[in-house]
Ligand binder design. Structure first.
Ligand code: C5P
Length: 218
């Protein structure tokens, strides 16, 4: 496909989501929040009372997932789910079932369908390595785990969700280890990715760095 894609991969709370949205806005492109698809799968599975160990059950949920993205709104089975999928419980469940090859396979074509003119900014863990390996620009966004836990804590509190820094730090380390350690599509930079450390960058500086990469790449 000739439609350009910028992939932004990285660990949880590295700022990928915010950065991806701003890069997409600057270019007038669409955005794919692939983590939301894993979170929606998790939420649908939790709603059905499935256990995170139930690989065939959760894979079936992923295959038949009824979701709709409408600007900032995300619907699961016709119901607004944008708030619920951000819960830590849902993120942890998502990170566990994301290790199942059947779940990843079920979501693959769904993700590729977002690649439409004039372009797409895709954020996740394996956008540059698995989903869009031919992307003309790949960014791997990293940040120190303490900086990420602090950001997530602040975000949650701003949204009125209670949060504890030590718990977040522990969950984040577990999730990083799981995302990097799994056999299928582990979190890792593509060989041709630009690794960008945002620990000491503002969001605006991070966005600008990516737009500069794109200017040079295109
Ligand atoms: O990015 P976010 O925290 O919303 O993703 C939730 C979980 O979904 C991650 O911890 C990760 O395990 C999984 N995920 C994935 N591949 C992606 C995006 C998310 O495995 N492309």
């Amino acid at each position: 496909s000739a439609v350009p894609v910028i992939t932004i991969d990285g660990p949880t709370a590295s700022g990928k989501g915010t950065v991806a949205h701003r890069v997409a806005k600057a270019l007038g492109w669409a955005v794919l929040d692939s983590g939301a698809l894993y979170r929606l799968t998790a939420l649908a599975a939790i709603n059905r009372g499935l256990a995170a160990e139930d690989e065939p059950g959760v894979a079936r949920v992923a295959e038949t997932l009824d979701v709709r993205f409408d600007g900032p709104h995300i619907y699961l089975e016709g119901k607004e789910a944008g708030h619920d999928i951000r819960r830590e419980e849902v993120g942890n469940f998502a990170s566990r079932v994301a290790a199942f090859p059947g779940v990843r396979q079920a979501l693959l074509e769904r993700q590729r369908a977002f690649r439409l003119p004039p372009g797409l900014v895709a954020d996740g863990r394996d956008m540059g390595t698995v989903v869009f390996p031919d992307a003309p620009l790949k960014v791997f966004l990293v940040a120190d785990v303490v900086a990420r836990a602090e950001r997530r804590c602040k975000q949650l509190i701003e949204k009125g969700i209670s949060a504890n820094l030590d718990d977040l730090l522990r969950d984040m380390r577990e999730r990083d280890a799981r995302d990097m350690g799994r056999t299928t599509a582990p979190l890792a930079p593509a060989a041709d990715a630009h690794v960008l450390d945002s620990s000491d960058l503002t969001i605006a500086e991070t966005v600008q760095a990516i737009l500069d990469f794109w200017k040079r790449a295109s």
